[in-house]
Design a protein around this ligand. Structure first.
Ligand code: NAD
Ligand code: DAU
Length: 339
């Protein structure tokens, strides 16, 4: 089986590449990634020499490059992780979110139509459902919850989801969509809450908590998300949406305090800052469908996953230090400049 994984140099995509090469040693995995600020080729170093792995630097919006890759690799499956993924950046500059997240998705699906494909899988997010109130813990996002977005990021992801379902209905493209809650784990880019707080706490820097810190996210260890996608592409039903989440809701402030405790740092580092515009209050996934239909259940408990994650950041300063300093942006040039 030949699988194109777009966005495989980012956080979840790279974890998925590692998972697939390990779980299916006979599959060929081709990673297509533009290496934006969020893509880091050094993450993929452990698999660069694997004969079943190929890295291609390209933009999913670039029709010619995508077409050429499909021509060369004749993929059976495409899993699209490539996206602009950070809500705060989408508030600063929405345009690139529309280009990559919506136009990029259409370019990939057009190539799938042209070349034929067994499955196109779109990696989406629970953010397409908007948010839930804090005082209604009985409410959860199901696959039937109406799309109701808050940020340019979530709107661009919702736009892409609608397009994916339209390509299924109009052109019969064999698609699936997964909508997952917040992931955490190794290789998480340090602009996101958990790695940002770990790294700033290690440097005894202030920890910027937005608003009152009571916003709730439903955290899932990244490996569990990768296993869910693996199941969906093999056993999921074409045309279906699957919610992925672990019933692990936590307020931001509690996560920050937990990180401080694990690192033996003072809560005096916590600084409440101006809230994110349009800040979603609570996310909570109901994963009943993927459990009942595909037998998926999260395997890593948050108490274990967060300790593993903190340890990973302590042990892998060589990965995040160049990111903090901006040095990693020269990495591709250094590695591939004269090739
Ligand atoms: P990330 O920002 O860490 O990585 C994104 C990757 O996509 C990077 O490697 C980047 O270089 C690449 N990319 C960006 N634009 C591209 C383009 N035009 N062409 C080719 N490659 C491009 O993101 P992530 O957190 O790993 O998220 C991956 C996917 O999962 C996204 O689609 C996101 O919406 C979705 N998702 C993320 C989470 C989460 O908690 N992080 C949860 C649910 C869904
Ligand atoms: O729910 C899935 C989504 O999770 C994905 O679709 C997104 O790609 C991913 O980035 C993530 O979005 P969030 O906005 O929830 O993640 P972030 O890490 O940016 O923020 C988590 C919470 O922490 C959120 O309520 C905002 C808050 N926060 C974040 C940062 C960066 C802070 O309080 N301070 C911060 O400095």
């Amino acid at each position: 089986m030949n699988i194109i994984v777009t966005g495989g140099a980012g956080f979840i995509g790279s974890n998925f590449v590692f998972h697939m090469l390990k779980a299916h040693p006979d599959y060929r995995i081709i990673c297509l990634d533009k290496l934006t600020y969020a893509g880091n080729l050094s993450t993929l170093e452990p698999v660069m020499d694997n004969p079943n792995f190929r890295f291609v630097k390209a933009d999913i919006c670039d029709k010619e490059a995508v077409d050429k890759l499909f021509e060369e690799e004749k993929p059976d499956v495409v899993v699209n992780f490539a996206a602009e993924s950070h809500v705060d950046r989408s508030i600063e500059n929405p345009q690139v979110f529309l280009e990559t997240n919506i136009i990029g998705t259409s370019v990939l699906m057009d190539a799938c139509r042209k070349h034929g494909i067994k499955r196109y899988h779109q990696v989406s997010t629970d953010e397409v459902y908007g948010d839930l109130p804090l005082d209604r813990p009985d409410l959860f996002f199901t696959e039937q919850t109406p799309i109701h977005t808050s940020s340019p990021y979530s709107s661009s992801k919702a736009g892409a989801d609608l397009l994916v379902l339209a390509y299924h209905r109009t052109f019969g493209l064999p698609v699936t969509i997964s909508r997952c809650s917040n992931n955490y784990g190794p290789y998480h880019f340090p602009e996101k809450l958990i790695p940002l707080m770990i790294i700033r706490a290690l440097h005894d820097e202030s920890l910027p908590v937005y608003g009152d810190g009571l916003n709730v996210r439903d955290w899932l260890y990244v490996e569990d998300h990768c296993k869910a996608i693996d199941l969906i592409i093999h056993k999921g039903k074409v045309g279906e949406v699957y919610n992925v989440g672990g019933h692990n809701e936590m307020a931001n402030i509690d996560i920050v305090k937990l990180i401080l405790k694990e690192l033996g740092k003072s809560e005096d580092l916590i600084t409440y800052v101006t809230d994110r515009a349009g800040h979603d209050r609570r996310y909570a996934i109901d994963p009943t469908k993927i459990h009942n239909d595909l037998g998926w259940l999260p395997e890593t408990k948050f108490a274990d996953g967060i300790v593993k994650t903190i340890k990973w950041y302590l042990d892998n300063e060589a990965w995040w230090q160049p990111i903090i300093s901006g040095e990693y942006q020269n990495y591709y040039e250094k590695m591939y400049g004269d090739k």
